[in-house]
Design a protein around this ligand. Structure first.
Ligand SMILES: Cc1ncc(COP(=O)(O)O)c(C=O)c1O
Length: 503
């Protein structure tokens, strides 16, 4: 009888080379553990696979052998025939199931297994994305929109398909609303230099929060200096979240633009963007949403939010660096002048002047990051395969666990709201009483192989507002686990013991 079992590789104990273990599966695709490893890592499987055996006894023996060697962790028996006699130790979590898709995570750093907790800075890339990049550069590297030869046609098709995937992922009304940029920072600068310069006048107000990332602050300072527009800032509540009520009451007919983050990269707080958009629109103000820390972690629907502009970066959502996204409403993009001049963005060029292409081409001057955009498309396929709602729910569980575990360390202060007061993302910026965050992150890296970030996380004004210069930040993604949070906590405790004689 054919039986099937969902399994997850156990990344903590998998042998690097398992060629010598032979499985008794009769399936053509899985006949040795090395192939099982490979099969498990197939992009479409997302770290899960269905193994088939002709007899349940073959199946049991083979799984038992693998389990003994520690490279297999049964998580959910699908066919009851396989259940008898199999030890199903625990339901594998999403982190266990997906970690095998990320080869970089399977390494030691400074003698310890890598625990990567710097995902708000950038995420790791699954095999599916690495494969998409390799396939592009090995198989059909060519410029887009410029040639009719086969490679160029294929590159163009894949590049535009990636745009369509982005549009569907954020529920844009059309893929023409999706502009590829270098990153989120460039997307914001694009809006500032085009929409900002042509719409803002002396005395107009741009409303921001004190917790914006520098990328959603400095471009507006520059525009304000050039146009005479005024920047107005909304403070935090006592729970250290952006004061949404203050934000709404600061709106007036002078407000031309509201620039807010969806999820704070430092406080972990989640802004009620839909509400803010609704209120801003009553005053005729446009809203730009910095969705760098939300699009990778939850379902984001631009039509539901009603945002006018929304930006994010591929590299924080399992995609390659070098590509970012600006979503803009059609009517706004159509009325915006170009950002940069050059090839691709024109309709007709004469010696003295040019006419411009329609969006999104109007905003994509020069050769874009073709392979990287295609890689972003592969990342979206990968994330969608898991399901954004599932990712979000799992990360909410991690978020609570991280917050509670860190809260138990007496000398540790977490910034931002408690998850009990409001939903918060799976990241915590924090400080220890007597240890500088840079010392902490250096110790965690060198003694425990734990990657966390220290510094101001590009939110210097927010740090000043909190009365600090710097903080440490642990930021998680769906491939992290509670076990890794435990390792972080024990690493922090070890750091405290190490430094206590000096304090
Ligand atoms: C909230 C937020 N906004 C903007 C950015 C800028 O992203 P990028 O550097 O990819 O342009 C980041 C990156 O850390 C971020 O966390």
């Amino acid at each position: 009888m054919a039986v099937a079992l969902q399994y997850a590789m156990n990344p903590w104990t998998s042998p690097r080379s398992a060629e010598s273990i032979t499985l008794g599966f009769d399936s053509a695709s899985v006949c040795s553990s090395s192939q099982a490893l490979f099969s498990c890592r197939l992009p479409s499987a997302h770290g899960r696979a269905r193994l088939r055996a002709s007899r349940s006894s073959d199946y049991k023996t083979s799984l038992g052998n693998l389990a003994k060697k520690g490279c297999l962790r049964p998580c959910a028996v699908v066919a009851s025939a396989a259940a008898s006699g199999l030890e199903v130790s625990k339901q594998a979590c999403l982190g266990d199931i997906t970690k095998v898709d990320f080869p970089i995570l399977d390494q030691e750093v400074n003698g310890s297994r890598l625990v990567y907790l710097d995902n708000a800075a950038t995420s790791q890339k699954p095999i599916a994305v690495l494969t998409a990049l390799k396939e592009y550069y090995e198989g059909y590297n060519a410029n887009v929109h410029r040639g009719i030869h086969a490679l160029s046609a294929k590159a163009t098709e894949e590049y535009e398909m990636a745009r369509a995937k982005v549009a569907k992922f954020i529920n844009a009304t059309t893929s023409r609303e999706v502009v590829f940029t270098r990153n989120a920072t460039e997307a914001i600068n694009l809006v500032a230099c085009t929409w900002g310069h042509s719409n803002l006048r002396q005395g107009d107000e741009i409303l921001l929060s004190v917790a914006e990332h520098h990328s959603n602050l400095v471009p507006w300072q520059m525009v304000a200096q050039r146009t005479g527009a005024v920047l107005k800032f909304v403070d935090l509540t006592k729970d250290e979240v952006v004061d949404a009520e203050e934000l709404k009451s600061s709106l007036s007919n002078k407000t031309k633009l509201v620039c807010v983050h969806h999820v704070s990269n430092t406080l972990g707080s989640i802004n009620p963007v839909k509400d803010i958009v609704e209120r801003a629109h009553k005053y005729g103000a446009k809203v730009l949403v910095d969705a760098c820390q939300s699009v990778p972690h939850m379902v984001v629907d631009v039509q539901d939010l009603g945002s006018d502009f929304l930006v994010f970066s591929s590299h924080k959502m399992c995609g390659p660096t070098g590509v970012g996204v600006l979503h803009g409403k059609t009517e706004l993009l159509n009325n915006m002048p170009p950002f940069m001049g050059g090839g691709e963005m024109i309709s007709d060029v004469f010696l003295e002047y040019s006419t411009y292409a329609k969006p999104p081409s109007r905003f994509e001057a020069g050769t874009p990051a073709i392979g990287e955009a295609i890689g972003l498309g592969a990342a979206i396929d990968y994330l969608s395969g898991i399901g954004m709602q599932r990712i979000h729910e799992y990360e909410m569980e991690l978020s609570r666990y991280l917050y509670d575990s860190l809260s138990e360390i007496p000398s540790l202060r977490i910034y931002g709201p408690s998850y009990r007061e409001s939903a918060r993302a799976a990241l915590c910026a924090f400080n220890l009483e007597a240890i500088h965050p840079t010392d902490l992150s250096t110790f965690l890296d060198q003694q425990h192989g734990i990657a966390v970030r220290s510094g101001h996380h590009c939110t210097q004004p927010l740090h000043r507002r909190l009365g600090i210069n710097a903080s440490a930040r642990a930021s998680l993604y769906f491939y992290n686990t509670k076990e890794e949070v435990d390792i972080l906590v024990s690493g922090i405790k070890d750091t405290i013991s190490f430094f206590s004689p000096f304090n």
